[in-house]
Design a protein around this ligand. Structure first.
Ligand SMILES: [Zn+2]
Length: 276
């Protein structure tokens, strides 16, 4: 079974414009010509999922404003009514300024969305801020998976809102059972991840970690992290449409891991974590 635990989709009518804006901000900030690999709509993700032999692509939606959470979660529930046909499953969204966070998390649980995604850079709140801690504590009580963007975001390079030290602080204060740090623990902070987070009670996802022409995780360091952290706590993820699902699958397969480790990473870990 192959499960891509980190993908994005946008509503059809805004996908082209939203993604072009994000591409432009990456060029403006870094001069990196990072282009989307598929259209970024639910249909395009479904097509890519089937084409690449992925069983389930998990969408991780982000509420950039508090008032978006409810409608994103409604949309997610509709998406999940068709998972059998599309291969696409959506988690829920929540914003740190949602004062009614308990109601929103209860609703996410009731809708069967299995987890939440937070993005400290887009939500402009540090990962160990009390507003996040209260959400993590209650989400953990409900048994929800918590996925967070970690490390640098190439659209917002000026400040990192989820550093390894902030993660350690969250682990000390809440220690959620199902915490997933995207981008192998922290995009472009992999030395610090190795030093501070390897072996801790967290999952790392592989999203957007192997792209050429921009900072990426080298094979040696990736294998070292897998070895020290445990293949049972690494999740296959692409960040589609930003990475191609087929490309990321190929990279993982050519790293020469044992078949057992590869199977855990490609799907078995996610199946257990999300209870698919
Ligand atoms: Zn992402």
């Amino acid at each position: 079974m192959i499960i891509d635990t980190h993908t994005h989709t946008f509503p059809d009518r805004i996908a082209t414009r939203a993604l072009a804006g994000m591409e432009k901000s990456i060029v403006d900030n870094h001069g990196w010509d990072v282009k989307i690999k598929v259209a970024g709509t639910r249909d395009a993700l479904s097509e890519s999922t089937k084409k690449n032999g992925v069983d389930i692509s998990v969408v991780v939606p982000v509420a950039t404003k508090p008032e978006q959470s409810v409608s994103i979660n409604e949309f997610a529930a509709h998406t999940n009514e068709k998972t059998k046909e599309t291969g696409v499953f959506s988690l829920g969204a929540i914003h740190p300024d949602n004062e009614d966070y308990k109601d929103i998390l209860d609703d996410i649980k009731k809708k069967g969305l299995k987890g939440i995604k937070v993005h400290p850079d887009y939500q402009k709140v540090e990962f160990d801020d009390p507003r996040y801690l209260r959400i993590f504590k209650y989400a953990d009580e409900l048994g929800l998976v918590i996925v967070t963007h970690a490390g640098e975001d190439i659209g917002f390079p000026e400040k990192i809102h989820c550093t390894p030290d902030m993660v350690l602080n969250v682990l000390n204060k809440v220690n959620p059972k199902k915490l997933v740090l995207a981008h192998m623990g922290g995009w472009n902070l992999w030395d610090e991840v190795e030093e501070k987070l390897v072996g801790k009670n967290v999952y790392f996802d592989t999203a957007f970690s192997f792209e050429k022409g921009i900072p990426h995780l080298e094979k040696e360091q990736f294998l070292r992290i897998v070895e020290k952290h445990g293949a049972d706590k690494i999740l296959f993820a692409t960040d589609s449409p930003w990475s191609d699902q087929g490309y990321t699958l190929e990279r993982l397969k050519e790293f020469g891991m044992s078949e057992e480790a590869l199977n855990l990473i490609l799907g078995e870990n996610a199946k257990k974590l999300f209870e698919f």
